[in-house]
Design a protein around this ligand. Structure first.
Ligand SMILES: *[C@@H]1O[C@H](CO)[C@@H](O)[C@H](O)[C@H]1NC(C)=O
Ligand SMILES: *[C@@H]1O[C@H](CO)[C@@H](O)[C@H](O)[C@H]1NC(C)=O
Length: 167
């Protein structure tokens, strides 16, 4: 024989279990299908490239960035955080990563965009000389779900070599 209090507790427990189950199922499709966005990045121009008074090299780039995240989106997607990094090797570090640009695409917004922009964050190197340096342009993305685990991936775009002289 159940008391009222006991039944209420039972209903609550069932509700919580169902909720957990729905959340688990909701994040399942994200784990099963891992599509890739289509991304394209080009360096259109080196606006300037100079040695700062402090001795650091600094470069300003004009970038052409386009991406289509449509195939990545599910009803469970809250937003997609994207960033573009210049990645290169120096004698001091196997991987130097300089973030050049980033954005947050809310899932309600069209997850397709195209912009021409200068690097939003400074591209400088304190230790090494960037003259003639080759770097990878790597596009990173983080899919932030409404429930479940965040999903991150990246795509190495074109390698680009900086000029051998300051301009
Ligand atoms: C910039 O990217 C867009 C989309 O990928 C492309 O259609 C266009 O030709 C690019 N512009 C230049 C100048 O490369
Ligand atoms: C640049 O990309 C290539 C190809 O994916 C990779 O082999 C190389 O290690 C990358 N370089 C750096 C510094 O990440």
């Amino acid at each position: 024989m159940y008391t009222v209090g006991y039944r209420v507790h039972g209903v609550l427990t069932l509700g919580v279990t169902l909720l957990a189950l729905i959340c688990a199922m909701a994040s399942l499709p994200d784990n099963l299908n891992v599509p890739s966005p289509s991304v394209s990045v080009q360096v259109l121009n080196v606006n300037w490239f100079r040695k700062q008074p402090t001795g650091n090299d600094e470069v300003s780039l004009l970038l052409n960035i386009s991406a289509d995240f449509q195939s990545m989106l599910t009803w469970n997607t809250k937003a997609v955080f994207v960033f573009l990094a210049a990645e290169y090797e120096t004698p001091q570090n196997a991987l130097n990563q300089v973030s050049l640009w980033d954005d947050i695409l809310p899932s309600k917004k069209n997850p397709k965009f195209w912009i021409q922009t200068i690097n939003k964050y400074r591209f400088t190197d304190e230790v090494s000389n960037l003259l003639g340096k080759e770097f990878n342009l790597t596009f990173h993305w983080y899919v932030i779900p409404k429930t479940g685990k965040m999903f991150a991936d990246k795509m190495v775009m074109t390698a680009y070599r900086l000029p051998v002289e300051y301009i």
